[in-house]
Design a protein around this ligand. Structure first.
Ligand code: ZN
Length: 196
């Protein structure tokens, strides 16, 4: 946008400078006409007129330099506009690409979440209500994990190894008793690798 502003500023400056050149040129032409017409006869007036024509020629040259300088600045502003426009479009296409990939990933995650939610409903329906309520309470309290595997006498929820008394209690408990970790309170799931 700054480069575009620079371009239009230069365009305005160029028009103004060209008008200045025109004015000086017209005035010099009028002076030249008067000189050529022979209407001016006094030597003093003739000399003044010639001086003015010379000074207008110099002025015209200076103003033409200004026009050239403005045109050069405008050209580089236009190059900059073209370069930046290309960069904008390249960044935009990268952005579009990334947005497309993000949306696809989001859709995939939504599909996965829907499928996992369905699976969970099926499993939850088979769990006794009071156990499910306990699990849900623990899950909220313990960062999303309400039950953990007991693996080699270690609670996989809090990663602490159970002491021998605890292990013996669990060993003695009947298979359908709900046992919990003394440290983190999570429900402990016993497997053949629990180290009991
Ligand atoms: Zn634990």
């Amino acid at each position: 946008m700054a480069a575009q502003t620079e371009d239009s500023d230069c365009a305005r400056e160029q028009t103004k400078a060209e008008q200045d050149v025109d004015q000086v040129r017209q005035r010099a032409a009028r002076d030249q006409q008067r000189l050529d017409s022979g209407a001016v006869t006094s030597p003093k007036d003739l000399e003044n007129l010639q001086k003015e024509i010379a000074s207008l020629a110099k002025r015209q040259g200076d103003l033409e330099d200004v026009v050239l300088e403005v045109m050069e600045r405008r050209e580089s502003a236009q190059e900059r506009v073209a370069e930046l426009t290309e960069r904008v479009s390249s960044v935009q296409s990268k952005l579009d690409d990334a947005t497309g990939r993000r949306d696809a990933a989001q859709a995939e995650l939504d599909r996965e979440a829907a499928s996992v939610t369905k699976d969970r409903e099926v499993v939850a329906a088979a769990v006794p209500t009071d156990l499910l309520a306990l699990y849900d309470r623990l899950r909220v309290k313990q960062g999303g994990i309400g039950a953990a595997k007991l693996h080699q006498r270690r609670c996989e929820g809090c990663r602490l190894e159970l002491d021998i008394t605890e292990v013996n209690e669990i060993k003695a408990a009947s298979p359908d008793k709900v046992v919990r970790c003394e440290n983190c309170s999570r429900i402990l799931v016993r497997t053949s690798e629990s180290g009991l």
